[in-house]
Design a protein around this ligand. Sequence first.
Ligand code: ATP
Length: 417
Amino acid sequence: MENINLADKIEERLPPRALIAISRAQGLLEKRGGKLFLAGGAVRDLLLDKPVWDVDLVLEGDAMSLATDLADGEDVKITLHKPFLTANLRWHDLNLDLTTARREKYARPGALPTVAPGSLEDDLSRRDFSINAMAVSLNGEDNGRLIDHYGGIDDLHSKIVRILHEKSFKDDATRMWRAVRYEQRLDFKLEARTETSLKRDLGMLGTITGERIWYELERVFGEELPEKVLMRAGQLGLLEYLAPGLRADARMEGWFEAARRMSQPGNPGAQLYTALLTFNLDNRAMDNIVQRLKLNRATTQTLHGTQELKSRREALSVEPLKPSSIYRVLDGFSEVAVRANLIAGDSEKTCRNLRLYLDKLRYVKTSLNGDELIAFGVKQGPSIKTVLGLLLDARLDSEVSSREDEIRLLRQISLSS
Ligand code: ATP
């Protein structure tokens, strides 16, 4: 293997806060012993000249106590995950993981591994792909030396995503989603045997908990172009294991693009993307996916809301429709459910009404509140809600436009009741 030294790249490209932390760690280790390495995605991205945001450090030694000492006197949030031998340090602009080099055993396929302290070599051998299994020494004379036992640098040059061993996807089928995510993000290709293994072991996705699959999916939705990952996942058969009948096609691609345009300068987020991905599912398939992924209440409600609105949006395609009628159809649906129906809707009239609600109607408020209605003599109890509803309708339909108008209308309502 050619000798590659990344010391200069590290100095130039790692966030300054990370360089300070590394230098302090090196100082502490001089006294107590232990070898420190930069590992995983940061090494990959340094070699690809891509920005490095998160920094993973691996220590042959006790990472928990080193992390605790590093945090001492610093404005940093430290979290120790003792069973996994991992510490997370979060300065406001930097996320740094410091992990004891680990050996891993899988009690059964798909289970989270049990870990024990090991060497750097052990640690690299349990990683997902060759391009993620490289490290850089941060020790003394060795500082900056690239450690690449699995041909990661060659695979980076050949633009290949390759598992380290034949049983990799059996051990942990979440790696299938990771493989596709890196392949599409980096414009790489799955190595031929890796693709064969993936297809052969698709059934192992059944061994993974819903939470772990959802975690990987959320990371897919965090990508710049998640639709690329999902389309490839569909081609390889991964989507079918999420929900039978789930498709990622050119139409969904267009919806995702529209969601990004609509969310600028932000990101559409996992909920909107999921609502669009599952938009064409029927209720049963939707229930299955919610259960399979163990989705939280908010996301579940959004997905069900999207479906419910899809079945009711006919009511928005008739014209003319008063703004208050539009409001009554849409009030109570989450913003994401309305957005999803706007993006995936095919009736121009419906879309115009959905847009009107999102841009304007949902912000309309009455000037009078419940306490004031009581002061004006409205009886406490359900009539307050009814009268507030009438006032809001009048506001929405531009029949009143000021507090005085509302008071006048209130008097008319009281006289006529
Ligand atoms: P990203 O750029 O997507 O954040 P990353 O490489 O930093 O990529 P993480 O998910 O943060 O990815 O994981 C850090 C490292 O841990 C990876 O580079 C990889 O070496 C290893 N890793 C993560 N998940 C797995 C897994 N399921 N199996 C094996 N190794 C994994």
